[in-house]
Design a protein around this ligand. Structure first.
Ligand code: SF4
Length: 265
């Protein structure tokens, strides 16, 4: 029986990716994003970035990983995330350690799969969390709003979440502290709203604020994309490719840094 893994799935951004859930079998998150593709965060499961759980991998994780990976020697990524914010688990690095050992023991066709972590960036203001996050070869950090009004509307964070400026500063620190061979990819999900009184993050002020914040963060990659599955809120719908290209060109002009690759999906 599979306890920890999902897929592998062909991902738009990661290639063939095996998902690993490091949380329990219910959603636990510091945000309740309107566009979340795993549904709404229930009241009791919307937690502070200070909240921690201790959920070490059982011996079954090693067996499960090996039993799947031996059949996909062409895998591109082992991706830690799913069911919410993975950095809430104090035992995150125990999962990484096992995956690193299993990856070493197996044979791969071409490049070995990259060890990837999703984070919503809300816990990165803790030094010990950035130290853990640093250990992943690719960090996919959510950052799709760059002012507090858009943050409240779009991500609906737990009330103890830091301000957006603190999140930007944490991302700047994370990039500075990451080993040179590891990469920081910022994920910006931009969406539209059908609801007249709901301003989506696809507004000119937010797009400009994002661009100026990204200039400060200096990530290796910026990924601009939109909803691909059913969102948590009925009024959310995807932006089209033309708008993605427009946003990419605004980012490019303002970021003005050849070292930051801007990709659209
Ligand atoms: S941070 Fe991710 S898991 Fe949490 S609510 Fe937002 S989209 Fe969903």
């Amino acid at each position: 029986m599979r306890e920890y893994t999902y897929g592998p799935f062909q991902s738009r951004r990661l290639g063939l990716s095996l998902g690993v859930n490091v949380l329990a079998n219910y959603k636990l998150c510091t945000f309740n994003c309107v566009y979340c593709e795993i549904g709404l965060t229930e009241k009791n499961n919307l937690v502070s970035p200070k909240h921690r759980i201790n959920l070490p991998p059982s011996p079954h994780f090693n067996k499960e990983l090996k039993s799947i990976l031996r059949y996909v020697p062409h895998l591109n990524s082992i991706t830690f995330g799913y069911n919410g914010e993975p950095t809430l688990n104090e035992n995150l690095l125990d999962f990484l350690k096992i995956a690193t050992i299993v990856r070493k023991e197996l044979d791969w066709i071409g490049e070995k799969p990259i060890l990837t972590l999703f984070t919503n960036s809300s816990t990165l203001y803790f030094d010990e969390i950035r130290e853990r996050v640093n250990k992943f070869e690719l960090v996919l950090a959510k950052f799709d709003v760059a002012n507090d009004q858009d943050f409240e509307r779009t991500n609906r964070p737990h009330y103890e979440t830091q301000s957006i400026e603190s999140i930007i500063e944490s991302l700047i620190k994370l990039k500075r502290e990451m080993p040179k061979e590891h990469k920081l990819a910022i994920q910006s999900l931009i969406f539209n709203s059908y609801k007249k009184d709901f301003i989506s993050n696809n507004n000119s002020r937010n797009v400009l604020d994002l661009a100026y914040a990204l200039k400060r963060i200096k990530p290796d990659i910026v990924q601009i994309y939109s909803n691909a599955r059913i969102p948590a809120e009925y009024f959310v719908f995807a932006i089209d490719d033309e708008r993605k290209r427009e946003i990419a060109s605004i980012f490019k002009e303002i970021i003005d840094n050849e070292k930051t690759e801007i990709l659209i999906y």
